[in-house]
Design a protein around this ligand. Sequence first.
Ligand SMILES: [Zn+2]
Length: 80
Amino acid sequence: MGVKDKILAKFRCPKCGSTRGRVKKLAMTGAGLFDRWMDWQRNKYYFVSCTNCGYTEVYDAEVLDGRDDISDLLDLIFGR
Ligand SMILES: [Zn+2]
């Protein structure tokens, strides 16, 4: 199970309470473009959106991908 799936399994919108969400893993740099692989590696984020109200939260992918106990972390984030 990937990190995206784990996020979706735990997702609960803090604004409207919906459990329907979607996750995108995107790269951002200061310039809005990525020109080097290492920049891309350093600037990955999970965009977690509520499909009911559109509220979006952003998480640093390097942090989430590097955690062994992501389920516990997600319990904390989404309060479930
Ligand atoms: Zn919502």
